[in-house]
Design a protein around this ligand. Structure first.
Ligand SMILES: C[S@@+](CC[C@H](N)C(=O)[O-])C[C@H]1O[C@@H](n2cnc3c(N)ncnc32)[C@H](O)[C@@H]1O
Length: 369
């Protein structure tokens, strides 16, 4: 099968690193990695990828500038091989720089073609069963028809039942951790932990808990993917989880309610005993450890905090950082003045979108004092 791994803008390097570790060397075009594999690859990618958004199967690629060509192209796929008779077929369409651009028409023509093909095998389609999502991507008149295998986006690990203000997406937090080079050994502090995303993602990595270990996937409903494969892959993963590992991960937030939510989220996966969560103003943070790593998603002065508050906060944050011996830091913010206020130029800078906001990840390597 041809498989696509989709990731967010700015996450390409992180996902590439992860794919390499999992044994895939795949090119990335427009935020999509394309690779060849079988059912086991689909299961494994969904289960393990921490930074990707979703995993899809490419069913067909063709050129279409008219709705007739779209209908004919979709009709060439043997849909009854992929979808069960009672499946509810949802079609998502995207179109960029193409003659066919009316998304609702692209969706309805595609669905019509799928139903037409399915009715050659089945007498009727009740569509009262599980939901199956077909993606139609039209880019410069080139159509790619794909089948989603993830279901809910892969950022949904399952630990987040409640959230505090402005939570960072789990896949983005994990991408920042991936790019930092942190591998579970060094101490971690998240000074603005909110819902606790960075500490929980760090903890899952450190203990080798797969990101999808506690959730369900759309592929579990597909008739062409053997359900034993997921059981086998989960068993292998289970044997690899290091529940006895010693970690030094802390999350602080000035708001007690945020800390309560972060603790509850960690508890969902039994991780509350590994992470030190504390209600604390970031300005009071210190550490007896040397050579640790900060992961921070502070208020940006857009949705949270005013510009004036952010100026003081970032200055004080810089002072706290410099007081920690031999620590590194990775900070995501949309504030263009961050480096000036933090009073140190970043060693590395990357553009990334956090929700719809263009941000930068500022990376500071440890400075020996
Ligand atoms: C953008 S949110 C962090 C979201 C978090 N990364 C998550 O995934 O939920 C910023 C957080 O910083 C906290 N905060 C603001 N000022 C603070 C301070 N002086 N010390 C500690 N936390 C602070 C806010 O309460 C808020 O939870």
């Amino acid at each position: 099968m041809e498989i696509q791994v989709a990731c967010g803008f700015g996450m390409e390097t992180a996902t590439k690193l992860e794919l390499k570790r999992l044994g895939y060397d795949a090119p990335c075009i427009d935020g999509r990695f394309e690779l060849k594999g079988d059912s086991r690859d689909i299961v494994s990618l969904n289960l393990h990828l921490r930074t990707a958004d979703r995993v899809l199967i490419t069913l067909k690629k063709f050129t279409a500038t008219t709705f007739d060509e779209l209908f004919d192209g979709v009709s060439e796929i043997d849909w009854a091989n992929y979808l069960p008779r009672n499946g509810f077929i949802a079609v998502n369409a995207k179109s960029i720089k193409s003659t066919l651009f009316a998304l609702s028409s692209i969706q309805s023509i595609t669905k019509k073609a799928i139903v037409n093909v399915m009715l050659k095998t089945y007498p009727s389609l009740p569509e009262d069963g599980d939901r199956f999502c077909v993606e139609v991507n039209v880019l410069r008149d080139e159509v790619t028809i794909s089948l989603d295998t993830s279901g809910a986006g892969l950022h949904k690990r399952g630990y987040r039942k409640l959230v505090w203000e402005a939570p960072i997406k789990e896949t983005l937090a994990s991408g920042i951790i991936e790019l930092s080079g942190w591998r579970g050994d060094r101490a971690v502090i998240d000074p603005f932990t909110g819902s606790g995303t960075f500490p929980i993602e760090c903890c899952m990595r450190a203990l080798s808990i797969p990101s999808g270990y506690f959730r369900e996937f759309a592929f579990e409903k597909y008739p062409f993917i053997d359900s034993n494969i997921l059981k086998e892959e989960k068993q292998i993963a289970k044997d690899g989880i290091e529940w006895d590992k010693k970690v030094r991960i802390s999350g602080f937030d000035i708001k007690g309610k945020a800390i309560g939510i972060a603790y509850q989220s960690a508890k969902e996966f039994g991780l509350e005993k590994y992470i030190h969560f504390e209600t604390q103003d970031m300005r009071n943070i210190s550490s007896r450890y040397e050579g640790g790593m900060i992961f921070a998603n502070p208020p940006y002065g857009e949705r949270l905090g005013t510009k004036e508050e952010i100026e003081v906060l970032y200055r004080d944050f810089g002072r706290v950082f410099r007081s920690l011996k031999d620590w590194g830091a990775n900070v995501i913010t949309s504030c263009p003045q961050f480096e000036r206020l933090f009073a140190r130029s970043a060693d590395r800078e990357r553009k990334v979108y956090n929700a719809k906001l263009l941000c930068r990840i500022y990376t500071y390597f440890p400075q020996k004092k």
